[in-house]
Design a protein around this ligand. Sequence first.
Ligand code: PAF
Length: 272
Amino acid sequence: MTELVTEKAALKALPGTTAVVMTMGALHDGHRELMRAARAHADRLIVTIFVNPLQFGPDEDFDRYPRTLDKDLELCAAERADVVFAPSVDEMYPGGLPAVRVEAGALGEVFEGASRPGHFTGVLTVVCKLLQLTRADVTFFGEKDFQQLALVRRMVRDLDLPVDVRGVPTVREPDGLARSSRNRYLSVAEREAALTLSRALHAGAAQVTAEGALSAAHKILDEGTGVRLDYLALTDPLLGPAPATGPARLLVAARVGATRLIDNVPLDLKGP
Ligand code: PAF
């Protein structure tokens, strides 16, 4: 039985280990994968559903972000979540948005943070609150939002939060498009154009040098129509400067129509 909880006070500490999967709802197969990984690691699974106003900029899609609670509850029940915590904005932020926030620092100002000022401070603040409220021992985040995962790891380390953070590989459609709640905004033509992102990353990941990876990916992005590139970046796995050899990450963000999409893949560089 999956219990729906909407009040903080109803989240009780129970014996055994607790895993939490945090979401903004509009759940899809990517979230299912997080829930399955979490279920296998703990006695109890809590899924949180909260569209967090603190992480949306004034011109972003907070009001039109898809809200599909009934369907989401069915999916959580199918994945055997014990509790779904779906508070209102007032319940999470009584008296208005919080004055004290978790500052994301320099890593919060690059890539996604460069075009979304304050976004990661909003994310980390709500993630910190949800970790406290759920008393989670372990939490699972998708690698699709790679910078978010890196920042949550960093917060846990910097603030000594007693929780284990695990990353789960991106779930893709059969044609390569990374699963995202925002994919539902895409028209048929835009969805086709959006494939340019995963194709570019795939081409980049097939290369063995940093230069080769970036130029192979750029070539595909330049040829693609209907895609406005925001950034293509090669980094190390912690989002620092790209190494000449060893594990790296290729990240892309672009606008397709009015929708902003992001994706990333791991690479293993062999050097020039
Ligand atoms: O990735 C998301 O859906 C959100 O950023 C999160 C982690 C649930 C915080 O609101």
